[in-house]
Design a protein around this ligand. Structure first.
Ligand code: BGC
Ligand code: BGC
Length: 443
């Protein structure tokens, strides 16, 4: 892979927020001390998770959070994005997050909690509108407890993936294969977000955003059928959630498919955001349907979908098989800047990263190096980007892939559950040096 690692990374503006991200279900463990989530039920079904593993212990972050916060402090990040387990809060345990937030504040690291990162309490269902109301109640409880120390909030993580992978294609929890009948799940999450924004503001919270996964869609060819299929996919990934949030309307033809009085709900959904979070990993190449079920990136896609995902050739790929295309991050951000103009609040990249094995992870360094430079180009093109978070601090439970995909800057030895020893990788030291240089004196 080509890198520009020989030259220093350009300087980002003062106050730019550097961070790393994790999520509760993927790292916490201590599953017996909380209510079950849809992920516990899903992983218990044979064949759902590739290596047959569960997140019952994961990185045992619940018990080892002090060590993990020390790793954050040593890394030199400004902020830490983690998620709060709704099932844990339902079982009455907010003390853990209280301790974690205190530890972060003592280490000089800004806590940036995500209030929902896919681990829905098993008793709830996003097909029910009522779940949106329950979410807002839970958010009020969390804000009441942590709001004095949390300056920046994320309501939902990637509602598009949770809808698509969890409810349309059935490869994530809760494992439903509803195809387009999954659309109410999208609407109810958006409504939950809007109600949560109101609940947060009512509690005095500021710095409210949410996080969506976005990436450029590349048509497989210039043929009409491929262009139309790519356009359709682009609506699902890049506009189905962003348009209602930022413009107060669904993309054409979608609003009619939503449950209830979608028009009235859109007023709640479009509550102004203080910032907009984007998770970026790779672009997607999309063409017309091919009439057969296809397997792509571990996801089997039914023949009846109106598009088919294709291989991106001539690019290096990560261990997950995802293509490495840093310049697509610049394109994505300039497209959003043009499309939403003054409706787009300041952007934060809330996830970016890659899975590679090994402690001397030069491929991860090259990936991050390329993407941070691509991000800087977006700033030069006038996109208002305020922060960048690497996914992830630790190797962790990568959903349906189990522990087979390692996204961490820090290696975790899952082979030895007694220690779950953390070992910083080369990329951890590299990022630490990048941050030191960014914060150092001089231009
Ligand atoms: C502020 C936003 C800012 C964001 C990212 C929030 O706390 O309210 O204005 O864009 O942090 O730094
Ligand atoms: C999710 C993370 C996940 C990462 C890598 C994102 O879609 O928010 O939970 O681990 O991608 O697949």
């Amino acid at each position: 892979m080509t890198t520009e690692a020989g030259n220093p990374i350009p300087r980002f503006p003062a106050g730019f927020l550097w961070g790393v991200s994790t999520s509760a279900h993927q790292i916490e463990g201590a599953a017996d001390a909380r209510e079950p989530s849809v992920w516990d039920a899903f992983t218990a079904e044979p064949g759902r998770v590739k290596d047959g593993s569960t997140a019952a212990v994961a990185c045992d972050h619940y018990h080892r959070y002090r060590e993990d916060v020390a790793l954050l402090r040593e890394l030199g990040v400004d902020a830490y994005r983690f998620s709060i387990s709704w099932p844990r809060v339902r079982s009455g345990d907010l003390d853990f997050y209280d301790r974690l937030v205190d530890e972060l504040c003592a280490a000089g690291v800004r806590p940036v909690p995500t209030l929902f990162h896919w681990d829905l309490p098993a008793a709830l269902d996003w097909l029910d509108r009522d779940t949106a109301e329950r979410f807002a109640e839970y958010v009020s409880v969390v804000a009441g407890r942590l709001g004095d120390r949390v300056p920046q909030w994320i309501t939902l993580n990637e509602p598009a993936e949770h809808t698509l992978l969890g409810h349309a294609l059935g490869v994530h929890a809760p494992g439903r294969r509803l195809l387009f009948d999954a659309l109410p799940v999208a609407h109810h999450q958006l409504l939950a977000h809007g109600l949560a924004v109101r609940a947060l503001r009512a509690s005095g919270a500021t710095g409210i955003g949410l996080t969506n996964s976005h990436g450029p869609t590349w048509p497989a060819s210039r043929e009409q059928a491929d262009l139309e299929a790519a356009d359709f996919y682009d609506v699902l990934l890049n506009r189905l959630f962003a348009d209602p949030l930022l413009l107060g309307r669904y993309p054409e033809g979608i609003g009619e498919l939503m449950p209830g009085d979608a028009e009235a709900d859109l007023k709640i959904i479009a509550e102004p955001l203080d910032w907009y979070g984007i998770n970026y990993y790779a672009p997607t190449r999309v063409g017309a349907p091919q009439g057969t079920e296809i397997e792509f990136g571990g996801v089997s896609m039914p023949a009846e979908l109106p598009f088919s995902v294709r291989e991106i050739e001539d690019r290096p790929v990560t261990d997950f098989g995802w293509p490495v295309v840093p310049e697509a991050l610049t394109d994505l951000l300039t497209t959003f800047h043009e499309r939403y103009a003054d409706r787009l609040p300041p952007v934060v990249i809330t996830e970016n990263g890659c899975s590679y094995d090994g402690l001397d992870d030069q491929d991860r360094i090259a990936y991050l190096d390329g993407h941070i430079r691509a991000l800087h180009r977006a700033l030069e093109a006038d996109v208002d980007v305020r922060g960048y978070f690497v996914w992830s601090l630790l190797d962790n439970f990568e959903w349906a892939e189990g522990y087979a995909r390692r996204f961490g800057l820090v290696h975790v030895n899952f082979e030895d559950p007694a220690t779950l020893k953390r070992t910083p990788k080369a990329s951890y030291r590299w990022l630490r040096d990048v941050l030191r240089a960014q914060k150092g004196a001089g231009a």
